[in-house]
Design a protein around this ligand. Structure first.
Ligand SMILES: Nc1ncnc2c1ncn2[C@@H]1O[C@H](COP(=O)(O)OP(=O)(O)O)[C@@H](O)[C@H]1O
Ligand SMILES: [Mg+2]
Length: 233
């Protein structure tokens, strides 16, 4: 693989917190490359550092040590507005709690990031991303009319509307049953195969997590195992 296909490059990143007189080593020296069009899952028990790592990779938090580049651009020392520029069009986010606004329709929820980034809203593009998550016939529904699995797919459409190169999802299946959880991971795989975007997804559930190209297991803020998934075969 050539170096220009590396979308995220982390070298020796650490994130230590001070808690009273104790240092919590939430992320403790991680090297990681995320390439174009790959699905990487980050597994590990609660407290192993998954959320902290994913916040570092998405520039929502800064490492206390080490270096990080997004799309070839080092992010150390960038101000908030410069970071926003680096993230825009590159990173899309999906969370465990879907964070849909209850008073907006499905389509309006999907369009929110466009307002945030001051980009034009085009309903046909909204419908195109809703089609990608199999919800094009739910555009006018309100969030309280949806199942949990449907809500998470709206949240995925909302991340896709800005056409990210990388979709970053922290425990997106944490509030879903097995069937809906597998559907979310299979949707991610389809996005990787068909759209060529990359997906980084955390989970503490192996049933879901092993449906990726690359599986990284964390313990105590470090990578303790790295495997190829069945999807890569
Ligand atoms: N803001 C914070 N301040 C202090 N400690 C934190 C903070 N955020 C996370 N931690 C600690 O860092 C470790 C890793 O947490 P986290 O990244 O949330 O793990 P995971 O997502 O795998 O459950 C835990 O011990 C957690 O208590
Ligand atoms: Mg977490």
């Amino acid at each position: 693989m050539t170096s220009n296909s590396i979308l995220i490059e982390a070298r020796g990143i650490k994130r230590h917190y001070l808690r009273g007189s104790e240092t919590v080593k939430a992320v403790d020296g991680i090297d990681l490359e995320i390439h174009a069009a790959e699905m990487v899952s980050i597994l590990g028990p609660s407290g192993s550092g998954k959320t902290t790592l994913i916040h570092l990779l998405s520039c929502l938090d800064s490492p206390t040590e080490g270096s990080l580049s997004i799309n070839g651009k080092p992010v150390a020392g960038l101000k908030e507005d410069e970071l926003t520029k680096v993230r825009r069009g590159v990173l899309g986010f999906v969370f465990q709690k879907f964070y849909l606004l209850p008073t907006l329709s499905v389509a309006e929820n999907v369009e929110l990031p466009l307002l945030f980034y001051r980009q034009p809203v085009r309903r046909e593009e909204t419908m195109a991303v809703l089609r990608q998550v199999n919800l094009e016939d739910h555009a006018r529904f309100m969030p309280n009319q949806l199942s949990g699995g449907q809500m998470q797919r709206v949240a995925i459409a909302r991340a896709l509307i800005i056409k990210p190169k990388i979709l970053i999802a922290d425990e997106p299946t944490g509030n879903l049953d097995t069937e809906n959880g597998i559907a979310v991971f299979d949707l991610f795989r389809a996005l990787v195969r068909e759209q060529g975007i990359s997906v980084i997804v955390t989970s503490h559930n192996l049933v879901f997590g092993y449906r990726a190209d690359r599986i990284i297991t964390l313990a105590d803020g470090r990578i303790v195992r790295e495997e190829k998934g069945p999807a890569a075969a």
